[in-house]
Write a protein that binds this ligand. Structure first.
Ligand code: GAF
Length: 379
């Protein structure tokens, strides 16, 4: 990237990278102010960046072979991936600091649309790079919020903070339990050397923006509004317990009730799953992954037939501790915890079965938990 940057722009860049993420459990809980348990992984977005002495940001995305330019003072969204950079440029300056024009080269190996948050990694890498280059002094959490606001207001996805948080805070060998209300977090070791984290990509691309994702968020808010009439202290589904929910089930629209039930259960499950991890109880952890998938599929309805098939099939393969769909849903990957010496046979069995069923070859990735965004090389 350094060589290409120098050829393209004629000066030395700062090189940064930011990872994609997995999530062990706690799906769609972030925007309900609950808990999540993600980890950063060894697939990353790389950004090479240098000041160019103008007021223009010039971006070349190597994966897409596309160049786009915009003025640093632009405030309105456009079409396509450039919104991730436009939004971050806008929000880093929102508190009054000013940046100058930059040249940027972007590349990476996070599969796009696979539910591993390539977009959050892009915002994190670019935000991190601007922070370094202009010494803006934002904390990692502030950069995560900038990335989230970009998704919310420039891209139109009403996402929570999990993905941006994970990309910026990852730590090798650790998952992170994040409280999405207080933004307090703790590192939880995923310490099972005889197991691997294996993602199976359905190759069904999920396009979350402007779709069912935002509808789910509205349905959760509808549930909160109903319960607030009885329990004014409730601010989000995080505050709701199962008893409060079931007591008022007759007043709920059936779909909204299902959505809320899933979220209330998933928050509880996450807490229990963290306990299981701390006690080295992988079978217990795996059971909760399967229960999470069931809830996501049946009550939250963000799965799809390809994801359901992969999760069901995983149950029949020896050495799989747990599996579930991962991320926003409607496609993307399943996350599987697989015995290390069984990864090859798992991969073969699941690939053959999936090909036979859907005539699609899935991609399979064995993941490592890695550090969050950082400088790879200085100017
Ligand atoms: C997507 C969103 F971006 C996250 O904020 C989160 O809600 C996730 O879906 C589901 O847990 O990745």
């Amino acid at each position: 990237m350094r060589t290409e940057f120098v050829q393209r722009y004629g000066r030395e860049p700062l090189l940064v990278s930011a990872p994609g993420r997995i999530n062990f459990i706690g799906e769609h809980t972030d925007y309900n102010k609950g808990f999540v348990l993600p980890g950063a992984v060894d697939k990353r977005i790389y950004a090479a960046i240098a000041e160019n002495g103008t007021q223009t940001v010039n971006v070349f995305a190597r994966q897409f072979g596309e160049s786009v330019s915009f003025d640093v003072s632009e405030t309105a969204p456009r079409e396509g991936w450039i919104n991730y950079l436009l939004g971050v440029t806008y929000y880093v300056q929102q508190i009054g600091v000013k940046i100058k024009g930059v040249d940027v080269l972007i590349d990476g190996d996070i599969p796009v649309g696979a539910g591993m948050s390539s977009s959050a990694a892009l915002c994190s890498a670019y935000g991190f790079a601007l922070n370094e280059l202009f010494q803006l002094d934002y904390s990692r959490m502030e950069l995560a919020v900038i990335g989230q606001k970009t998704e919310n207001n420039f891209v139109g996805l009403q996402c929570g903070i999990m993905d941006q948080f994970a990309s910026l805070h990852g730590k090798t060998g650790f998952a992170m339990k994040l409280d999405c209300r207080s933004l307090e977090y703790e590192y939880v070791p995923f310490n099972f050397p005889e197991y691997k984290i294996v993602l199976v990509n359905t190759m069904v691309s999920h396009e979350l923006s402007g779709t069912e994702y935002n509808v789910r968020r509205q349905q959760c808010e509808e549930g909160v509004a109903l319960l607030q009439k009885y329990y004014p202290e409730i601010v989000s589904l995080r505050d709701v317990n199962y008893e409060q929910l079931t007591r008022h089930w007759q007043e709920f629209n059936a779909i909204v009730y299902d959505r809320c039930t899933y979220i209330v259960n998933e928050n509880q499950r996450l807490l229990a799953a963290c306990d299981a991890l701390r006690h080295g109880d992988l079978p217990g952890f795996g059971e909760m992954m399967y229960a999470s998938h069931k809830g996501l599929s049946k009550r939250y309805e963000v799965s799809c037939k390809e994801l359901d098939f992969l999760v069901e099939r995983s149950k029949t393969i020896k050495g799989v501790a747990g599996a579930r769909m991962m991320g926003g849903g409607f496609g993307g990957c399943t996350i599987n915890i697989v015995q290390a010496n069984g990864v090859d046979s798992f991969s073969k069995l699941i690939k053959d079965a999936y090909e036979k069923q859907f005539n699609i070859t899935p991609e399979i990735y064995v993941m490592q938990l890695e550090d969050g965004a950082g400088v790879v090389g200085s100017q």
